[in-house]
Design a protein around this ligand. Structure first.
Ligand SMILES: [Fe+2]
Length: 191
C-alpha cells in the first residue's frame, strides 16, 4: 500500500502581490430601474417576510434565489448585460457563466455586514437601489471605501474581503454571485 508520509512535512508558502480591479458604474437608466425594482423588492418582502441569517445583520435579507423569480427577470438580464460589458470591454474576455445567487438586503439604522468574501465564486456585484444620504459605504480589503448612491453598480472579484460598517441611514441593495464556466476565446465549444 502506498503511503504519502514523505509529503507530511508540509509546504513552503510563497506570497505574491497583484492589483485587482473593482468596477463601478452609475446607470443612466437608474430612475426607471430603481422605481420598478424597489416596488418588486417591497412586494417580494411582503410575501417573504422572514429574513435569512448570514454575516449580514440587517432588517431584512431575502433568500438566495431572486434570479429565479420572474418579477426580477428584467433586472437580472440588465445585470448580466453589465457583466458581459465588463468582461469584453475591460478584460477582453467572452465568458460563459452561471448566476449562482441573487439576493436583496434592506439595511436600517444600526445594521451592518461583517467582513467576508464570496469565494469560491468568480465575480460578485452589488447594486444600490435606494440609499439615504450618509449611509455606510462598502469597504474593500480594509482600505478602499465606495460610497453608495442610487443606481451605482459595483462588480468585483469574489475573493476580495469587504464589509459594511454600522450604518445610520437606510440602504436597499441587490447582490449577485456568478461562476465562470468557460472562456469562449480560449476553448471552442465542445472541447
Ligand atoms: Fe458581500
Amino acid at each position: 500500500m502506498t503511503t504519502f508520509s514523505r509529503l507530511n512535512r508540509g509546504f513552503d508558502i510563497l506570497t505574491i502581490k497583484k492589483d485587482f480591479p473593482i468596477f463601478t458604474y452609475v446607470s443612466l437608466e437608474k430612475d426607471d430601474i430603481n422605481r420598478e425594482l424597489l416596488n418588486t423588492i417591497s412586494d417580494y418582502r411582503k410575501k417573504n417576510p422572514e429574513s435569512i441569517r448570514t454575516n449580514v445583520n440587517a432588517n431584512w435579507r431575502s433568500g438566495w434565489d431572486l434570479h429565479k423569480v420572474s418579477e426580477f427577470e428584467r433586472f437580472t438580464k440588465w445585470i448580466c448585460g453589465n457583466f458581459d460589458y465588463v468582461f469584453s470591454y475591460h478584460l477582453g474576455k467572452r465568458y460563459d457563466y452561471s448566476i449562482i445567487d441573487m439576493w436583496a438586503i434592506q439595511y436600517e439604522s444600526g445594521d451592518y455586514a461583517q467582513i467576508h468574501d464570496h469565494y469560491p465564486f468568480h465575480f460578485s456585484c452589488v447594486y444600490y437601489v435606494d440609499v439615504e444620504d450618509g449611509c455606510s459605504p462598502i469597504v474593500f480589503e480594509n482600505s478602499i471605501e465606495v460610497k453608495p448612491e442610487n443606481g451605482l453598480l459595483i462588480i468585483f472579484p469574489s475573493f476580495l474581503d469587504h464589509e459594511v460598517p454600522i450604518t445610520e441611514k437606510k440602504r436597499t441593495v441587490v447582490s449577485m454571485n456568478i461562476a465562470i464556466s468557460r472562456d469562449q476565446n480560449l476553448f471552442p465549444r465542445g472541447v
